[in-house]
Design a protein around this ligand. Structure first.
Ligand code: AMP
Ligand code: MG
Length: 494
């Protein structure tokens, strides 16, 4: 079935050589039910929410019909999973419907996740469970509202078909929007086959699409590598500043465009502890919160390896060029992180010594099991002595540890005289009050999966759409989990 086209597809990836993907149509569902269309995002894309919510829209969003102009493909990619190279992964349950240019002139991918089997499914069933679709919807939209580059969720649809995991679960399809779905693993796929022509072709595509300024550089492929390194340094700093743990930073889950992608066992920190791991499949803590910058660099080194033949004809020279570029990651990350951290602390003009102040604060937070988000939020109420101080102190196992920090922090603030009200406002604009706390996400999933109740999903989205704005009626959403609510592992549950 074909519908008259309300999505202005223009598919550049499907014009690349055939070995870049497999052409495959989404599975046809008998009785799909629309869960939600993201109207705000639809407007941003220039798509009509009314059409997306219509029967014809539902047919496209569930995979029942292929819209005019759509050229469904599953993309080929490889990847290092927990450090081990797998030469062929690819979209095993995601199908790219195509691309379109949004209202800002930006090209965006529209992809169905959970769209059925593809030639890359290996032993998988090509399906997504409802819980994982809702988690990705909520957390990716929360990240967007927090200002962190990310893929987006345009719609969620219940397939009406069961998905068999540890038990039978309702199935669902997520419509994911990304500036592209090209990953470090996409480059690895071709490099592993020593298909340098394909690597070059892919690099040219990425330069034209994501990093056009690299085109004019003396060595465009080096410029591309440098741009990806810079984008990732910035992205990971943003994760660290909001307490986000990706959970599965495999190279196939690292976007070339520098967006957060693939929300599996992801989670936000409650109490600050750099060793925090939520993923039940990450037994050795490879992807712990505090490891994320070094893992990103490791992944970027894997990307650099794929580009070696393009960097220089001489292999030794190519390696030297790549190593030199990779050396930029650490300082770029540190600069972005420190600048963000000082902003969180209400400091306008960062100094080198602020890194020590930040470290001391984080160390005390770790020692005193302090809630990461609430600490920064409440700090804005403790610029001067007063009742706000007590709310901050109460977050510390030993409140006297807080007094020492406050003293040191306030002393630093005296170097930048500013009205406390103004400073508070600036701090509140960068320190969220609402994050997608794990126990809330789990409770939301349970209500939807067990009871078919989507009210918690809707409310969570409403709360997280304005993460920096205190709203009395949603006050309880700022609270960390109580002991019995604490979630210690999220499943790749998928
Ligand atoms: P992920 O851990 O979600 O990033 O997925 C890693 C790889 O496994 C990708 O190639 C996915 O397409 C594939 N995959 C994950 N779940 C499934 C599934 N249920 N069916 C087929 N392939 C899957
Ligand atoms: Mg993935």
């Amino acid at each position: 079935m074909t519908v008259t086209d309300p999505i202005p597809f223009d598919n550049s990836y499907a014009r690349l050589p055939e070995r870049f993907f497999a052409r495959v149509n989404p599975a046809v569902r008998e009785k799909p039910v629309l869960i939600r269309v993201n109207e705000v995002l639809a407007h941003e894309l220039g798509l009509a929410p009314d059409w997306l919510s219509s029967d014809a829209g539902l047919d496209v969003l569930s995979g029942r019909s292929v819209a005019d102009g759509s050229e469904p493909i599953a993309m080929a990619y490889a990847g290092h999973q927990f450090g081990n190279f797998v030469p062929q992964l690819g979209d095993g349950r995601a199908i790219l419907l195509g691309e379109m240019v949004d209202c800002q002139g930006q090209r965006r991918d529209l992809q169905l996740k959970g769209a059925g089997e593809t030639p890359f499914s290996r032993n998988g069933d090509g399906q997504a469970a409802l819980g994982s679709v809702l988690r990705e919807y909520v957390v990716s939209e929360a990240m967007a509202a927090l200002g962190v580059p990310t893929t987006r969720a345009l719609a969620a649809v219940a397939t009406g078909d069961p998905v068999y995991r540890e038990k039978a679960l309702p199935g669902a399809v997520l419509t994911r929007v990304a500036s592209s779905h090209i990953r470090v693993g996409t480059f690895q796929f071709f490099a592993a086959r020593e298909d340098t022509e394909a690597v070059r072709h892919l690099a040219d595509h990425v330069i034209a699409r994501h990093y056009p300024s690299a085109e004019g550089a003396q060595n465009p492929y080096l410029a591309l590598l440098e741009e990806v390194i810079a984008a990732q340094a910035k992205l990971i700093s943003r994760w660290m500043l909001v307490g986000f743990i990706h959970g599965v930073m495999n190279t196939d889950n690292m976007s070339i465009a520098g967006e957060t992608i693939d929300y599996g066992p992801c989670a936000f920190l409650d109490t600050y502890d750099p060793e925090t791991v939520f993923s039940s499949i990450d037994q050795f803590g490879r992807y712990a919160y505090g490891n994320q910058p070094s893992i990103a660099l490791w992944n970027l080194a894997r990307l650099a390896e794929t580009l070696l033949p393009l960097l220089s004809e001489n292999e030794e020279a190519a390696i030297a060029i790549a190593e030199n570029a990779l050396e930029d990651f650490e300082p770029l990350f540190q600069a972005a992180y420190l600048s963000g951290m000082t902003r969180k602390l209400g400091i306008a003009k960062p100094q080198d010594e602020d890194a020590q102040l930040a470290s001391a604060i984080l160390a005390a937070m770790a020692e005193n099991a302090v809630d990461f988000t609430l600490f920064f939020r409440r700090l804005a109420d403790a610029i001067e002595p007063g009742p706000g101080e007590e709310a901050l102190r109460s977050l510390f196992a030993d409140p006297s540890a807080c007094d020492l920090l406050l003293q040191r922090w306030r002393k630093r603030l005296t170097q930048e005289p500013e009205n406390a009200g103004d400073r508070r406002k600036r701090m509140r604009a960068v320190n969220p009050v609402y994050i997608p706390r794990n126990h809330r996400v789990e409770a939301m999933i349970e209500a939807a999966v067990e009871d078919g109740d989507f009210a918690p999903f809707e409310e969570l989205l409403t709360v997280l759409a304005k993460p920096f704005e205190d709203r009395l009626e949603f006050n309880h959403y700022e609270n960390p989990p109580q002991e019995h609510e604490r979630v210690t592992a999220t499943f790749c549950g998928t």
